[in-house]
Design a protein around this ligand. Sequence first.
Ligand code: FUL
Length: 602
Amino acid sequence: MSVPGIALLVPLLAACSTMQQSSVAPCPPVPSARQLEWRSLERCAFAHFGVDTFTDAEWGTGTERESVFNPTEFDAKQWVRALKDSGFRGLILTAKHHDGFCLWPSKFTDHSVAKSPWKNGKGDVVREVSDACREAGLKFGVYLSPWDRHEPSYGDSPRYNQHYVDQLTELLTNYGPIFEVWWDGACGEGPNGKKQEYDWPRFRELVRKLQPNAVIFSDVGPDVRWVGNENGFAGETCWGMISPAGKVPGIGAPSEKELNEGLIDGTTWIPPECDVSIRPGWFYHSSQDAQIKSVRKLLEIWYASVGRGANLLLNVPPDRRGLFHENDVARLKEFDGALKSIFADDLARGHPLARTTDGFELDLGREVQADHLVLREDLALGQRVARFHVDRFVDGEWRELVRATTIGNQRVLRFPVSKLSRLRVVIEDARAPAQVSAPGLYLAPPAYRLPSVDELLPALQFIRRPDPGLVRTRYDGARTSLENLFESSPAGVDDVAGFEVANAGENVAFAFRGNVEVPADGAWTFFTKSDDGSRLSIDGRLVVDNDGPHGLQEQSGAIGLKAGWHALTLEWFNGSGSAGLEVEWSGPKTARTPIPNERLGR
Ligand code: FUL
């Protein structure tokens, strides 16, 4: 692979001022403080809630009766708890959607919760959600639809602009700090519909005056831009800059390509936010309770949003009870668990990138296996890198591992599991000398599908790959059964190559934990021959129950398994006298044989 490196880099540097002796000059445009702060939130939630929740609609007509809004068990704390427990840092609520119904008792309309039977018209969803967020340390933001199908003044531009300013003022003055104001560009008025000229500069000034730390989202910012689709995907190339001059939200917005990818020579720093719903719809529909995005899909979205330097805004629509549905809550937890499991151990910790002539080098001082590398640019100095590749040093030469275009706030690179000891990042093209750090190198654990309790919710679970292979926990003490083994305190933990109990002594028990790679789909039979009792579980399900105080005795059990990695646990104990343990399996095209050790780990 030839590397253009410096030769290509030099002409591009002319665009921006270069390095000074000790400090680096920024390469504009650069983010504002509020934009940098917003960047650090990475994962926020959206909650679409309103009359549509009760009428099963996505776009209300504006003629809904206020009486339809009547959640039976509304609990904002439940929403916030689910989000906090799943790693979300902010929540944006649809205070008013296109139907015009207000979730707070606005003085400027009768079309609000004040006219609903909920809490006898004394309720205020915005109040309860903002309070719950503040108490839990979650940022709170508001969506106030500019398009309003109910408000009679809509279309009489000066009057409706005043109305919008009045409502925005209520939201920005009565509910504490607001981190983001969300302006939807959607407007379904046809050729004969009402034509409203929004006074965007006035709206903007109002937000700046009342909530100076809030970022403003719209198709063109000014602080955060729409990413050009509702699938949650930022561009493979993703710049924080666009050129918004002469553009307005809605029909006058920049092209979807510009919104998705940004512009290398964009005039203004307006980074993308990826809004996407966890369900097919933005609002809750019971018919979609089984159509919640899988963990695999959510991870794909995460890699294409946060993994490309954008922020993710994941919509979780509260249901008619006024709660996040159990299925969504479970899925949020699984999604967070999967991310935590993938990014658990930074294998490059303590090994910063060292600058070289055409990029950076990372010397790990040992060999590791990894399949994820995270790179980051110092955005306060401007986004610079336009194209790069990463090589690994193997068999005395550099070989390309992965290549990409932009880095930005964060670039999460994935590649096949590889043995790595030295890596180099070669910058092929950049607006100015690259300022890159590598905040992490990771090995994702194997993933497997849990046999689903509720067939409607097949769950993807991640398990830590034991290092090395099989982990053995020792428990001392006399026992006659394995019941409640895990409730006793372990006497020690060690890594072992197989199900070794030789020299274990008396009055001892072991629990072996590992991940077994099943070579083919089908029915698999497991056998344990033990003195005394043993139990073998796969993916948390007991398959062989050979428990009890007895001499050498064999038991078996079968389970249907998909090819791939599965969690295996084997418990064994010895009372007194002789001891022994053999573990075997048989399955499709596999005659009965001890489970090979290499299947129990790497
Ligand atoms: C769109 C709206 O029309 C949808 O109803 C939803 O609110 C989504 C986030 O933005 O433009």
